[in-house]
Design a protein around this ligand. Structure first.
Ligand SMILES: [Zn+2]
Length: 259
């Protein structure tokens, strides 16, 4: 089973994590793009492997959201490669066109902003917004705590949870911006320009929805591969689902080339 290691930057006490390649068990489970689906996927592919510190049951919840986003980016590049592609339709002339970018360059761009280098991190993983206010980066636990609240209430509650010390006078977006600067999530609005009429429009990208959607679309292919392997080798459903994705795909290709 191929393993790969990823650095963890914004979760106190964790420096590296080890992940395995996804298998059909994870792929078949993906229905939506929710936070709980992302948490579950990460939880399933994390493995205990030296020299990384042993995993605890709480880790998937304690993982900061920007770190989880980076693990999702790692899963994406392991499964699909480095290229992110979107099929768009121009809002002005309705011509279809594609937009793509390299995931590693995007990450590098996010992590090289100057303001980020000046953040004063504390030992407990929090950081100073100013002399009076100390903030921390939201985690999966915070996400679970605000689950079910309406958007505005969820936003307020999340900020309240992330202010570790001090009273803040600034508006909420200043706090959100400070957290996004210190520990950026892989979410942004990109500019796309229509090659036909030149019209520019904003396109939302976030790693979690993009990865989970991409895996959901591929589920159709998963059923074909299960069918091919089961009917050729007479392997059980569970045995096929256990295979690392790349291995299952290799078998399916061999079978298809001999039909
Ligand atoms: Zn256009």
């Amino acid at each position: 089973m191929p393993l790969y290691y990823q650095p963890v930057r914004f979760t106190p006490g964790v420096n590296w994590l080890c992940l395995r390649e996804i298998s059909g068990f994870e792929e078949q489970e993906i229905e939506g793009t929710s936070a709980s689906a992302a948490m579950r996927l990460v939880e399933r592919v994390l493995v205990d492997a030296p020299p990384v510190a042993p995993l605890t049951a709480e880790l998937p919840r304690q993982l900061s959201l920007p770190d989880r986003d980076r693990l999702l980016a790692g899963i994406y590049s392991q499964v699909f490669g480095n290229k992110i592609e979107s099929a768009l339709e121009c809002a002005n002339c309705h011509s279809p066109y594609d937009m793509d970018f390299a995931l590693d360059a995007f990450l590098q761009h996010l992590d090289s902003n100057e303001a980020m280098q000046q953040v004063e991190w504390q030992e407990d993983g929090s950081f100073l917004l100013n002399q009076d206010v100390k903030l921390r980066v939201p985690t999966g636990e915070d996400e679970l705590a605000i689950w079910g609240l309406d958007n505005e209430a969820a936003r307020k509650e999340l900020i309240k949870r992330c202010v570790v010390e001090g009273e803040w006078a600034e508006d909420e977006s200043a706090i959100e911006q400070a957290i996004q600067t210190a520990a950026p999530m892989l979410a942004t609005e990109m500019k796309a320009q229509c090659p036909e009429c030149g019209h520019e429009m904003g396109v939302q990208f976030d790693m979690q929805s993009y990865l989970l959607n991409a895996l959901k679309i591929e589920k159709r292919r998963l059923w074909v591969e299960i069918h091919l392997l089961a009917s050729t080798y007479k392997w059980s459903h569970d045995k096929i689902l256990q295979l690392p994705r790349s291995e299952r795909q290799r078998y399916a290709k061999i079978i298809e080339s001999t039909i």
